[in-house]
Structures are given as C-alpha cells and as structure tokens.
Design a protein around this ligand. Structure first.
Ligand SMILES: Cc1cc2nc3c(=O)[nH]c(=O)nc-3n(C[C@H](O)[C@H](O)[C@H](O)COP(=O)(O)OP(=O)(O)OC[C@H]3O[C@@H](n4cnc5c(N)ncnc54)[C@H](O)[C@@H]3O)c2cc1C
Length: 359
C-alpha cells in the first residue's frame, strides 16, 4: 500500500482567467434561462466528491439540452478563450470539476435520453447525461445489462470521460473496453463522430480510445454507444477474510490464473474493516477481506464459488461464506447475520468501495 500523501502536495494550483463581460452577455443571450450565474448554482458545479473545497466556482453554468447547445456554448468559449468544464453528476473523486483556470461549466444532465437499443448486437446509444442506473432500468426488459459500476450513479458521459471501472471490471472490463462510439463537440465547437457499432474499424485514428479517459480536456461527449451483456441467469456472492493482504491477493491471482470467470471482487484491508466495525458495530474479523460475485448458470456459479473456496483455504482464508438468493447475497447480509447490524449506512459503503479495488 502507498503511504498516505499529505494533502498539501495534491492541492490544485489556482490561476483563474478573467471571463469577459461580453462573453457572459453573449452566453446569456443565447441560453437565457438555461444559463445561470447564481452563486449557489456555480458553487454546486465547482466541486466534486474530492476533498478540495477552496477553489472559486466557474463564472457561469450552461444547462445543455442538445448537441447544438453544447456546440454553441463551446464555440463561444473558443471565441473568447474561456475554459470549458463539462459536468455529469459531479461524483468524481479527484478534483476534475474544479475551475482552477476559471471558465464555465456545461451541465449535461438534461441530455438524458436512451436513444437506440440494439439488442441483437448488444449495444445501446445514449445521451451523455443518462446515468448507469437509469440505463439499466430502461433496458431491463431486453434481458441485457450494462455492467460498469463505479459505485456512484454516475453519467455515461462522465464515466467515459474518467474511464470508470468498478468491482465488475475483473470480468467485464472498464469503460475503455466498453465504449464503441461517440459523438463529441471538439474545443472549436465542431461536432464529430468517433468509432461505430462494429467491433473493428481500420478507418483512421482510434479517436474513441483517445476520448475515453480524457477528463473533459479534449471535447464534450454528447452521445455514447456502449456494449451490453446478457443478464446472468444466476448470481452468487461470497465473502472471506484472510490473515494478510498478500494471502487475499494471491487467492485472487490464482482464481484468475485458473480461469474462474469471477465477475466482481473487492479487497478491503484490515484497517478499513476495523473502521467499519467501529462505525456500524459489526463483529467482523479485523483482517483483509475479499467480497466476490460470480455470474453464470446455477450450476456454474456453485462450481465457481466452490473452486474459489478451495483456493482461499489454501491461502489461509477463514470462514468462506457464499449465498445465491438476492436477499442473502448482499455484502451486508454476508457480513453479518444480524439484519439490524447488517444495514451499513450508504456513505460507509462508499468508503468501503473507494478504499481498495481490484480492477
Ligand atoms: C462512492 C464512489 C465510488 C467510486 N468508485 C469508483 C470505482 O470503483 N472505479 C472508478 O473508476 N471510479 C469510481 N468512482 C469515480 C467515478 O468513476 C466517477 O465519479 C464517475 O465516473 C464520474 O461521473 P460523473 O457523471 O459524476 O462525472 P463528473 O464527476 O461530473 O465529471 C467527471 C469528469 O468527466 C468530465 N465529464 C463529465 N461529463 C462529460 C462529458 N459528457 N463529456 C466530456 N467530459 C465529461 C468532467 O469534466 C470531469 O472531468 C467512484 C466515485 C464515488 C463517488
């Protein structure tokens, strides 16, 4: 594990540029009620879930409702040399949304339509403000799902921009593997398309890969096509504690080397388990903990869980528990048999999620 870094080394350098009055007047004339300079709105858009709180907010917020709105706002910014900060739901953790050089925020949450579901070729095209939970709700009837789960109910645009992963990454990959195509407004205000629904293209540069993870610095994503997967017939979840981080990690390495198609795996170190115990009054062994999930047929998930149980035992894993019914298999239930204690507060779960991840 890395030693904690004093926050002062991470503090952002602030060098806000002047935003011309003529620019703000032009922006207001174009966007009217969809452009706000109210302090409370700017402050909401000038921070994320990171610890950095002392950066002045952007000069204005534009609520985009279409690709053309985004293109017009960005073109105005280009004309007046004003920085642009795209905004999803503000769930990022690294200070992405801070207006360190000033500029304006473009809020994409109103662009929240699922545009085309291509169930036959396992893809869906959405506007950037669609959140991952909304997407899964809207495609439920197709028997498909979108597996990338970074904890927060983030937007598909924001997840693409941060190349989000999550506990499912071990089996389904990250946004890097799952974004096929995009529509993007570049920094000059031009609207371009990158990639297609086809798996392979040798036509030109792979701009989709360049945009994924570009954190809003190369353009504003206004449409995204992502892969979908069949909903698993059965899911089982397991939990196991280990005498050391190394034993837990070796269990995961061997599991993957043996080709067990584990879907989710999350590692929590003993310090975090101790904090969880203290906060939620649980009695977990204060050791490294693996939380796992297996997807497949009923027989398949049983076999996967049993194989991992054998591997865990080899590395000194204690009390491997697994469950298949939805009620039993939440980590909280597996963590504790007392339902009252089992209710981990939401933000506590966040800390669990944010702490240590594989994938
Ligand atoms: C509890 C919690 C757990 C998390 N766990 C994980 C995890 O396990 N793995 C992981 O990878 N991440 C994790 N994250 C971070 C998560 O990936 C990001 O919060 C999320 O991807 C950001 O999406 P958003 O819609 O909130 O974007 P925002 O936070 O609003 O924006 C994030 C960045 O993307 C840019 N952006 C947003 N929308 C667009 C767009 N349409 N076009 C261009 N740029 C855009 C913004 O300018 C900014 O730079 C976690 C976050 C939380 C709060």
């Amino acid at each position: 594990m890395n030693a904690p870094i004093a926050a002062v080394h991470l503090a952002p350098e602030i060098a806000q540029r002047e935003v011309p009055e003529a620019f703000l007047a032009a922006l207001k004339a174009r966007f009217q009620g969809n452009c706000s300079t109210a302090l409370v709105v700017r402050e909401q858009h000038g921070r994320d879930e990171s610890a950095f709180t002392h950066v002045p907010p952007p000069a204005a917020v534009v609520f985009a409702e279409s690709t053309q709105d985004v293109a017009d706002a960005v073109a105005l910014c280009a004309q007046y040399k004003v920085p642009v900060i795209p905004f999803g739901v503000g769930s990022s953790l690294e200070g992405h949304l801070l207006a360190v050089q000033g500029g304006i925020s473009i809020d994409l949450m109103r662009m929240n339509k699922v545009l085309t579901i291509n169930a036959e070729d396992l893809t869906v095209t959405v506007q950037p403000g669609v959140t991952r939970k909304q997407l899964n709700e809207e495609i439920k009837s197709t028997g498909l799902f979108f597996p990338i789960d970074p904890g927060a109910d983030a937007t598909i645009g924001g997840m693409s921009a941060t190349r989000a992963s999550g506990t499912n990454a071990v089996r389904y990959g990250t946004m890097r593997e799952n974004v096929l195509a995009m529509e993007v407004v570049t920094s000059s205000g031009e609207i371009i398309r990158t990639g297609t629904r086809a798996k392979k293209s040798s036509a030109g540069y792979d701009l989709t890969r360049l945009m994924v993870g570009s954190e809003g610095t190369l353009g504003v994503i206004t449409e995204v096509t992502v892969r979908l997967y069949p909903l698993p017939e059965a899911i089982s979840a397991a939990i196991c504690s280990f005498p050391s981080i190394e034993a837990a990690v070796r269990t995961v390495i061997q599991t993957i080397q043996l080709g067990v198609p584990i879907a989710r795996v999350e590692l929590i170190d003993h310090n975090t388990v101790r904090m969880v115990n203290a906060y939620a009054k649980l009695g977990l062994r204060e050791e490294a903990l693996l939380l796992m999930e297996f997807h497949g047929s009923p027989a398949g998930v049983k076999e996967q869980a049993e194989t991992v149980q054998e591997i865990a035992t080899e590395f000194g894993g204690n009390a491997f528990e697994w469950a298949t019914t939805p009620e039993e298999r939440t980590p909280q239930r597996l963590l504790c048999s007392n339902p009252e204690q089992a209710r981990l507060p939401c933000h506590q779960h966040r800390h669990l999620r944010a702490h240590q991840q594989i994938g």
